[in-house]
Design a protein around this ligand. Structure first.
Ligand SMILES: [Zn+2]
Length: 464
């Protein structure tokens, strides 16, 4: 720990808060593209404001077509800090102003203070401190600030088509200690036609609409059934499945609404899937065998309620670094003619087309479903714990926090998912909720300064 570096960072507190307020004041939510502004006006204005701040700090920023801003310190850069200046929409229920930063003691409120404008400036503070205290580095440091992270990271697709990736990339856009593994993803959709002429038949099903969410709600319409005749049966099935079911007569039809618990597809075990429960409830009804019922039986076999690991598909797998494969059967609709389904799988290191995609295609074919198109498997992003970057970051984290520096594996993706050798490192400290993407997002200034000290230590160890 270099005390002079820490003092330099602490002395910059007032300037840091002023710079942050300036960035927060720009509503950099993505809007429709304008000429020369791929993410609309807000993103471009935010990059412009950041360019002025970087110039005031003595750098010579380069703007890559309003996708991203780049600023170097030292020659032959080897280490890249990657943060973003776009934000998600403010939404409702703020007690503070989302786009006019409020400072209350050590705490600041505003959209983007933690995600990710504050961390962007923390990385800048770290570079300033190293430059002013340690002088010229052996290998340079590069700061890249994008403006399209929240909407699919097209900013980085563009930037890295123009500029090389560096040996090391650190993104202060997730959590401490450090994320070195982001699971791969396979999100196929699959379809089948099935028509029933039966008197009592399932006419419509409306399950989840988004693959990456565990459906919290699912509905179906069945012809010629009366609620009071099946209420006991449905109630029993719902209780067994851990969901709530509501019945309603609609003329001669019966409508069923099933309520489960939504969750993100990267942690499906945290939810209760309403659509897999609905399938089981439908199969408990007095329906004759017909193509629709047979299809539901097939889906219940391959995607049984509660199976979030792909066991029934025969593709469950796990390893120590990445944990288990997870499966979310997230999309289901039936319009009287076609079943349209979708799943979202998060894949551990061992997953391949041969042991995930092919066996799944085979199982689906056994119930007459086929993938739509040729869905791709997105590979795992992984930086080994033995890499110099990971070791250096974790050592710095331990030194400054006294907490164990362990690698984390996640099912979601971060800003560095497609950046070779990149790790997500900070700014959120374990066990804290900064309400990012929610109302009253906040940051604690001393914590952001602590992050800056940790980043400065990483630069000092890797670049000098
Ligand atoms: Zn972010």
């Amino acid at each position: 720990m270099n005390k002079a570096l820490c003092d330099h960072i602490d002395n910059q507190r007032a300037r840091f808060v002023k710079d942050l307020a300036r960035l927060v004041a720009v509503d950099s939510t993505r809007t429709a593209p304008l000429p020369g502004m791929p993410f609309g006006e807000g993103g471009a204005i935010a990059l412009g404001a950041a360019a002025e701040i970087l110039s005031q700090h003595g750098y010579e920023p380069v703007n890559y077509e309003n996708y991203a801003l780049e600023a170097d310190f030292g020659d032959a850069p080897d280490l890249l800090f990657l943060a973003h200046l776009d934000v998600v929409p403010a939404g409702d229920d703020w007690t503070y102003e989302p786009f006019s930063m409020t400072e209350e003691g050590d705490r600041v409120y505003g959209r983007g203070v933690t995600d990710d404008k504050g961390p962007a400036l923390a990385a800048l503070l770290a570079m300033d401190a190293c430059r002013d205290v340690l002088g010229q580095p052996k290998t340079g440091v590069r700061l890249v600030l994008g403006s399209g992270e929240e909407t699919g990271s097209e900013d980085m697709q563009h930037y890295f088509s123009r500029r090389p990736a560096l040996r090391y990339t650190v993104s202060p856009d997730a959590s401490f200690p450090l994320i070195n593994l982001e699971k791969g993803r396979f999100a196929p959709t699959f379809k089948k036609k099935a028509v029933s002429e039966a008197f009592i038949r399932v006419k419509e099903i409306c399950g989840g609409a988004t693959q990456n969410i565990v459906p919290g709600k699912a509905t179906a319409l069945i012809s010629h059934l009366n609620a009071k005749n099946v209420a006991a049966l449905v109630g029993e099935a719902a209780a067994r499945l851990g969901v709530e079911a509501r019945l309603e007569n609609r003329g001669e039809d019966l409508s069923i609404l099933v309520k489960g618990t939504p969750a993100h597809a990267s942690t499906p075990e945290a939810g209760v899937n309403a659509q897999t429960a609905l399938i089981r409830i439908l199969l408990a009804l007095p329906l004759r065998s017909d193509p629709v019922r047979e299809t539901l039986e097939g889906l219940a076999r391959l995607f049984p309620h509660g199976d979030t690991k792909g066991e029934a598909l025969g593709i469950d797998m796990a390893d120590d670094e990445s944990g288990a494969l997870t499966l979310n059967f997230g999309v289901l609709s039936y319009d009287g003619e076609t079943f349209a389904c979708g799943a979202d799988l998060r894949l551990p290191l061992a997953a391949t087309e041969g042991n995930v995609k092919d066996p799944m295609a085979e199982k689906l074919a056994s119930i007459d479903f086929a993938f739509e198109g040729d869905p791709e498997l997105r590979p795992v992003h992984y930086v080994p714990p033995t890499s110099p970057l990971v070791k250096t970051c974790l050592a710095a984290y331990e030194e400054f926090t006294g907490q164990p520096g362990e690698c984390l594996a996640i099912g979601g993706g971060t800003y560095v998912h497609d950046v070779p050798g990149g790790v997500a490192f900070g700014p959120e400290f374990p066990g804290r909720d900064y309400r990012i993407h929610g109302a009253d997002e906040y940051a604690d200034v001393p914590e952001l300064l602590l992050s800056a000290k940790i980043y400065a230590e990483v630069i000092a160890r890797l670049c000098y």
